[in-house]
Design a protein around this ligand. Structure first.
Ligand code: GDG
Length: 795
């Protein structure tokens, strides 16, 4: 077996380890050897990171049975790890691509379990670990990539406990039912758990992993943090202290700017026009770009397309499907079958539905330079990503990044990680052929305006969450893990005060918050009393919880986020509590008052202690000032309320610009309080003798009267209409908040505080939990950690 030269580059602070080095060898006709960057998901994603950080990259150079000295390409030092023919067949083609790949992609193809493959996987992983250990400086960070090297973190920890070890899995993690098939499941988990941080593409992947760890290793997790107990020294193995391992999703992305620039170049645009011409100027082009892999759903896509041709919904010449299928794993049997199957299908479709002038499917089994890919993206009216399972799918993101003209439709499988972020794609279940056909037709017929709206929203997501942001987020977590180790020696118990009173948020809400945090535009609307501020006896004593205020302040400063307070209180009374109103939309008196809408004329926000509102001087503009008849009604209302309320000790009237509220919280006897409210309701009801036309609403120990019809639902709708399109979070605790909760739609998030009946999807117990929820959202949106309380999300 050839010996690797692992001695050359030494003492690196940052080491990347992946199966394949990010370069391909090119030999020209004179026999000169050069290296050029190789295509592929991992390489595309890591290239900008490596370019910015500088590092040594450990990996296999792509040739068999050859020893290659370390070399440098574009400032990155490359340390080749050799593989011989048996290792290539058993470690790479066998265990990696014929066991783990199909198993982790939900056994779309049956995985093979062979003990000799496993043995080879172990020995090759050890070689990678040895190579990385030999070039890493004391305390360096080593970032290991992907499913071929799952044992490397554990091996590195044994060799070099000083290292900070990170692992990122580019492919999905299966449910524990499937993962449990693997005969070496515990060893794989233990290998991965050598890392300090394990990154996954999707929330569900990370959750599946933690669940497998609980089940097969017995290690519990606290939220995203897995807690490993100490491993005592045993024969031949040293003691490993108790540690914690972060297992969390970090959805990978692309260098969106670079793709946009490439697509904007004159040569690429010209080439896009040429492509259309070369295809005979069809009305519409559907494009597929995939490695030729059974996970990508190419067969399902072809089936849907061929049925559309059969049904006469599309015609050769009008619509062309261009399928780029880059060669992949060609010696693995399942891939050979797939290729045969696809090529037969393409031939059949073209034979059945083609004409002399037009083939409905243009199938290209080769790789192309990036410029050509960008030109294809520009030429395509529809991009079809119909993967049956896909960690992320960068092609989907690249397409949107290239489309600065905001045209083009993305048909995207819900089983690709990208579907978590690109919610404005036409999402499809690729197993549902009829559904996919309908989506293709919708895409082909979509108006330019709708294409623009959808594409613009997707581009915002991609440009904000680009690959730089991905690596920053990941490396920030790695740095936090390193800092924790420095401070505590890694011990999760000694180093850190255990959380005293963990705050639990409802199951599933964290995933919803992550999704919302990634939206370009977001409205966060909250009720005040009982939601942001604990209920107190005297309404003037109510104060927003500091943590909630801090979280709202952070959110409000984040681009694309709008904060709104929607309260039953008058705006004036809300301002008197000291809650910040600057830069926020404030709906008072259940929406009868509305200030701070971005399009409205800038109102003067009230300051606590300002003179109270007077009829003669309406400070809130026309939206609030009562009309002549409303003023008259207000007079009648007070004439009815005042004597009756004055007769009940503890009851009092809160005057509002457009109504009044009668509070009975301080009335000693609940029956007296209830009787007063009942009497008032009768006196002001529809058949009252006072000529009153008022709207009443009862809340907690309060009955509200308004001379103008308003409810929190209508005002929430009004606020949404005035803002750019995006989802809404609404949180409220009272029965009057149900109107707002009912105004929410798909993609929004409704949270009810307390245990009363509600249409809300989620529930939290009290304002403390609301504060924790907002803090979590602020952290996800901005990275700013608000408050130090520990928040736990039970699964
Ligand atoms: C794995 C996971 C995850 C393809 N053909 C050509 C070419 N490509 C480029 C694409 C894209 C990349 O390769 C493919 O990335 P995908 O994400 O679509 O898929 P996988 O290769 O399966 O990648 C995947 C990814 O890792 C990253 O974590 O998203 O889920 O399976 O960038 O543009 N590039 C060029 N010529 C080609 O012919 N130049």
């Amino acid at each position: 077996m050839p010996q690797d030269d692992v001695a050359a580059p030494t003492g690196h602070e940052f080491v990347v380890v992946s199966n394949r080095l990010p370069v391909d060898r090119v030999t020209d006709e004179n026999g000169n050897v050069t290296w050029r960057t190789s295509p592929g998901g991992l390489v595309t994603a890591m290239e900008p990171v490596v370019r910015d950080l500088g590092c040594v990259w450990v990996g296999w150079p792509g040739s068999i049975d050859e020893h290659i000295e370390p070399f440098t390409v574009g400032g990155t030092e490359l340390l080749p790890v050799s593989l011989d023919a048996t290792e290539f067949a058993e470690y790479y083609e066998g265990f990696s691509n014929d066991t783990i790949w199909p198993l982790y992609h939900d056994v779309i193809s049956p995985p093979g379990y062979h003990r000799e493959w496993w043995d080879r996987y172990v020995s090759v992983n050890q070689r990678f670990a040895d190579a990385a250990a030999s070039v890493a400086a004391q305390g360096a960070t080593v970032w290991v990539h992907d499913y071929q090297l799952q044992l490397v973190p554990g091996m590195l920890r044994e060799l070099r406990p000083d290292l900070v070890i990170a692992f990122f899995l580019h492919i999905p993690w299966p449910s524990h039912g499937l993962f449990g098939q693997l005969p070496w499941r515990r060893k794989v988990l233990q290998g991965l758990l050598g890392a300090d941080v394990i990154g996954f593409q999707r929330v569900a992947d990370a959750a599946n992993f933690r669940s497998a760890v609980r089940r097969f290793v017995g290690a519990p997790s606290n939220g995203n943090m897995i807690v490993l107990s100490e491993r005592p020294a045993t024969r031949g193995r040293k003691r490993l202290p108790a540690r914690r391992v972060l297992a969390q999703e970090f959805p990978i992305s692309i260098d969106a700017e670079a793709f946009a620039e490439l697509a904007a170049s004159e040569s690429v645009r010209l080439r896009a026009r040429q492509i259309r011409e070369e295809l005979g100027n069809p009305e519409k082009i559907i494009l597929g770009v995939d490695r030729l892999d059974y996970t990508k759903g190419i067969r399902h896509r072809l089936k849907a397309f061929s049925e559309l041709l059969r049904d006469g919904e599309v015609k050769a010449g009008d619509v062309t499907l261009v399928q780029v299928a880059s060669p992949s794993r060609e010696r693995v049997e399942a891939y050979q079958h797939l290729r045969d199957e696809i090529e037969v299908t393409v031939g059949r479709i073209n034979g059945d539905y083609g004409t002399i002038a037009h083939s409905p499917v243009v199938y290209l089994h080769r790789g192309y330079p990036r410029e050509e890919m960008a030109a294809l993206y520009l030429a395509a009216d529809v991009l079809a990503v119909t993967a049956l399972r896909d960690g992320m799918n960068l092609v989907a993101k690249e397409y949107a990044a290239c489309r600065s003209d905001e045209q083009g439709v993305l048909v995207l499988s819900e089983f690709a990680g990208a579907a978590d972020e690109l919610r404005r794609a036409l999402l499809v279940n690729p197993h549902d052929i009829d559904g996919m056909k309908a989506a293709f037709m919708e895409a082909l017929r979509m108006s330019e305006t709708e294409q623009r709206q959808r594409m613009r929203a997707m581009r915002r997501v991609i440009f904000r969450a680009d690959v730089a942001r991905w690596s920053e987020d990941f490396l920030r977590s790695v740095e936090a893990a390193a800092e924790h180790r420095r401070q505590t020696g890694g011990d999760p118990v000694n180093g850190e005060a255990p959380p005293t009173s963990p705050i639990f948020l409802p199951r599933g809400i964290d995933a919803a918050l992550r999704r919302l945090a990634a939206e370009p535009q977001l409205l966060i609307a909250c009720d005040f009393d009982g939601t942001l501020a604990p209920i107190v006896t005297r309404p003037e004593d109510a104060r927003i919880l500091p943590r909630a205020e801090q979280a709202l302040a952070v959110l409000q400063d984040a681009p694309g986020v709008q904060v709104a307070l929607i309260s039953g209180r008058s705006v004036e009374s809300l301002a008197e509590t000291g809650v910040h109103v600057d830069g926020r939309i404030i709906a008072g008196s259940h929406g009868a008052e509305l200030v701070g809408l971005p399009s409205a004329e800038a109102p003067v926000p009230p300051e606590p202690g300002d003179a109270p509102l007077s009829d003669a001087e309406p400070r809130w503009g026309a939206a609030v000032a009562p009309s002549e008849s409303e003023r008259e009604q207000l007079g009648r209302l007070m004439a009815v309320l005042e004597p009756r309320v004055a007769a009940v000790p503890g009851a009092w009237i809160e005057e509002k610009p457009l109504g009044a509220a009668v509070h009975v919280r301080q009335v000693q006897d609940p029956t007296t309080a209830e009787n007063l409210l009942l009497a008032l309701e009768n006196e002001t009801g529809s058949t009252n003798a006072h000529g009153l036309v008022v709207h009443t609403r009862s809340g907690k120990s309060v009955l509200e009267f308004s001379v103008r019809e308003a409810d929190k639902g209508s005002v929430l709708r009004r606020i949404r209409e005035a803002l750019p399109e995006g989802p809404t979070v609404f949180i409220g605790d009272d029965v009057t908040d149900e109107d707002a909760l009912r105004a929410l739609g798909a993609g929004d998030l409704g949270v009810r505080v307390g245990s009363a009946d509600s249409v809300a999807e989620y529930r939290v117990a009290d304002p403390e939990e609301v504060a924790a929820l907002l803090a979590r959202l602020a952290e996800l949106r901005t990275g700013v950690v608000v408050g130090s309380e520990y928040v736990e999300y039970p699964e």
